[in-house]
Design a protein around this ligand. Structure first.
Ligand code: SF4
Length: 491
């Protein structure tokens, strides 16, 4: 879509709105002309106490205009937020006229739709007032407003229990048995990169040793540990045992409230590995079937069947972990609302106390987009999610964190559901940005939170680079230490 910005340079906010409301469009900047079939001219002006945004939008043969005026008050930072709010609202209202429908999340864009609810609760608003504001000011549907409120309430409760020196630790294992068609992670098929696994572990062990020393010297306490990927259980039982032993030797884990390991693919799970995880005190594993439909598993490039998932889940449940999560994805290629319902019903019956329902997000470069597989429509995805919410509530699950991604089917959401008391703390910490996350391994993204600031440092993305770039690993740890020396004592 051709975009022309007049009187401002809020490219990021405009693109967020564009990608949320028109996921198939990509921004191109320049003066809008009569020849442009898909275009938006967004003009911003201010007077003493207010900002006025006008959006003229043309798409699908329709042209619509919206003018939005909002008060400007408070600090410069608050005024910046008010300008963006006016911009988002104006773009949304023009888009709603062009599209003829109102998206589920209304004018809310961005990754964390519960953020507004958190701010309103912090201002002392009642839950009923928060719901009313989400629905009336941001045009969020009642069901989504309730999800945002519930996630915000859980986030605030968890935040109250944190100490200033608590952090989380993440370790990435970027290998999988095969690469799924929709994958957007840094995951390499172990068939292709088997020779890299041991050199990767050697580099990781080195980083773990240095990170443990850094954390001790800063007086920080590891509150939660999460191993993701890739699929960490692609490692053999012996490799996993060595890795967990190295972590225990390098960090003081006596204050750990939870330890999670992703065991996403059933073809990586066996009783020997599960007993290694149990012996090292892992409290939560995540088995991620995504679907229980064999033809959908084939369509997404998983080389295993639904029966393999059933076998793996029996072994996981027999192993007696305190918490088990299972992931499903609404909107997978070749799936249908009826197929998704069958998958969810079966996953609920398997006994996991956490179920995460994702909506398919196809980033550029995912193989599916290139091959043009049949993807369920936004309407079909809506039917899947409309089934999931009441079905999970009926079985005693509550939503406890949620987030959105770019390029999601229908611009919906991913929601983590839990039985009472089974919340995955790491998921809340990372989504609500409640404290620092030190990430080790390829693709690791360290987030430093403190003193009202958030800073990030990224490890090398791919295993080979990660192995080769010892200097980059050391620089990230130094940046982490530097941040804590300057900011960490004022969270
Ligand atoms: S299991 Fe997950 S990380 Fe691995 S290839 Fe599939 S989507 Fe990617």
């Amino acid at each position: 879509m051709k975009l022309e910005l007049i009187g401002h340079d809020e490219k990021y906010a405009v693109e967020q709105s564009l990608l949320t409301l028109f996921p198939d469009e990509r921004p191109v900047y320049g003066p809008v002309t009569d020849a442009d079939e898909s275009a938006a001219r967004i003009t911003m002006g201010e007077d003493a106490g207010s900002v006025c945004v006008t959006t003229e939008l043309r798409c699908g043969g329709k042209t619509c205009t919206d003018c939005c005026r909002c008060p400007l008050e408070g600090t410069d930072y608050e005024k910046e937020g008010q300008r963006r709010h006016a911009l988002g609202l104006s773009f949304f209202r023009a888009a709603r006229q062009v599209l003829g429908t109102s998206p589920a999340w209304g004018s809310l864009t961005g990754v964390r739709p519960s953020k507004v609810a958190v701010s309103l609760l912090r201002e002392g608003k009642s839950p009923a007032a928060v719901l009313a504001e989400l629905e009336d000011t941001y045009f969020v549907t009642p069901r989504r407003a309730r999800l945002a409120l519930e996630a915000a309430e859980t986030g605030l409760r968890v935040q109250r229990e944190l100490k200033p020196n608590d952090i989380s630790l993440y370790v990435g294992i970027p290998f999988c048995p095969t690469r799924c068609a929709y994958c957007s992670f840094v995951a390499q098929s172990v068939e292709k990169s088997f020779a890299l696994v041991e050199p990767y572990l050697a580099a990781l062990f080195d980083e773990i040793g240095q990170a443990g020393a850094t954390i001790r010297s800063l007086g920080l306490s590891v509150k939660s540990f999460y191993m993701g990927g890739g699929t960490p259980t692609t490692l053999s039982a012996e490799q996993m045992d060595r890795l967990l032993t190295r972590l225990e030797q390098s960090f003081d884990l006596s204050s750990l409230a939870e330890s999670t390991i992703e065991a996403g693919r059933p073809d990586t799970i066996d009783p020997e590995k599960l007993s290694v995880l149990r012996a090292h005190g892992v409290t939560r594993v995540s088995v991620n079937p995504q679907t229980m439909e064999d033809h959908v598993l084939a369509a997404i490039g998983r080389r295993h069947s639904a029966d393999d998932i059933r076998r793996a889940m029996r072994e996981v449940m027999d192993a007696g972990f305190p918490h088990v999560n299972m992931d499903l994805i609404a909107g997978l290629p070749a799936d249908t609302p009826a197929g998704f319902r069958r998958s969810l019903d079966e996953v609920i019956a398997m006994g996991a106390d956490n179920i995460t329902v994702h909506t398919l997000s196809l980033k550029k470069g995912s193989r599916l987009t290139l091959e043009g597989s049949r993807i369920p429509s936004a309407d079909e995805v809506a039917q899947m999610l409309d089934y999931a919410d009441p079905a999970l509530r009926k079985h005693g699950f509550e939503p406890y964190y949620l987030y959105r991604q770019k390029y999601m089917s229908g611009s919906f959401e991913n929601v983590g559901w839990t039985k009472p008391g089974g919340e995955g703390l790491y998921n809340i910490y990372i989504m609500e940005e409640l404290h620092s996350i030190l990430s080790l391994g390829a693709g690791g993204s360290t987030k430093m939170v403190g003193g009202g600031l958030i800073r990030r440092a990224f490890n090398a993305k791919y295993p080979k680079e990660y192995i080769d770039l010892a200097g980059k690993r050391a620089a990230n740890l130094a940046a982490f230490a530097d941040f804590y020396q300057k900011e960490g004592d004022t969270p």
